[in-house]
Design a protein around this ligand. Structure first.
Ligand SMILES: [Zn+2]
Length: 198
């Protein structure tokens, strides 16, 4: 008999035979499971959109500073190289990991799991990939980076004319789309689909 533990009060609840839209804890009423329709397709579509936005965000300058006829453009990756050149190794590594590598790894894991599931193909090491996805999630900090850009826009506004590039908008959308891609996922359904035991 499949059971599910309540996150709030630890009560083990029996899963009903028929899939219910929303499953509540019998003791405290917390939401145990919520069925999300077409979660795999929707998450896959959002992840593909996020990947395109990520490429756009990294291909164009996210800031252009105009000062006295002199224009300086900065891309995320050139910004990281510049930090490294200024011997800010820790900061450069942190930005590279939290704003480039982790989001890229998150999108790769999602695509790796969801694309074969969509077409009912087996996914080798899918459970390991899904665990990795959940472990690295707290290290993705695109939204903090977005805040940093906004602070820079306000602070530097007096010193130079700042022209936010197409990349800033792509980054902003990327934050929302990535959050949506993870939110529409239905982990119990995903575990059930990944469970290939006979
Ligand atoms: Zn409970």
């Amino acid at each position: 008999m499949p059971v599910v533990a309540c996150h709030d009060c630890d009560l083990l609840n029996r899963l009903p035979d028929e899939a219910a839209a929303t499953l509540l804890c019998a003791r405290c009423g917390a939401v145990l499971q919520k069925h999300k329709p077409d979660s795999i397709e929707r998450s896959l579509a959002l992840t593909l959109a996020a990947l395109i936005l990520f490429i756009v965000a990294n291909s164009f300058p996210f800031l252009a500073m105009k000062s006295g006829g002199f224009v300086q453009e900065t891309k995320l990756l050139t910004g990281i190289v510049e930090l490294w050149r200024q011997e800010l190794y820790g900061l450069a590594s942190l930005v590279l990991i939290t704003c480039v590598l982790v989001p890229l790894l998150q999108m790769s894991c999602l695509l790796y799991i969801l694309a074969p599931l969509k077409y009912d193909r087996p996914v080798p090491h899918a459970i390991r990939a899904f665990r990795l996805l959940r472990h690295i999630a707290p290290w993705g900090m695109l939204e903090i980076f977005m805040l940093g850009i906004l602070v820079a826009l306000v602070k530097l506004g007096k010193m130079a004319t700042i022209v936010p590039g197409i990349s800033v908008f792509a980054f902003g959308l990327l934050v929302l789309v990535m959050a949506a891609a993870v939110t529409v996922l239905d982990p119990p359904l995903l575990w059930a689909r990944l469970d290939r035991r006979p």
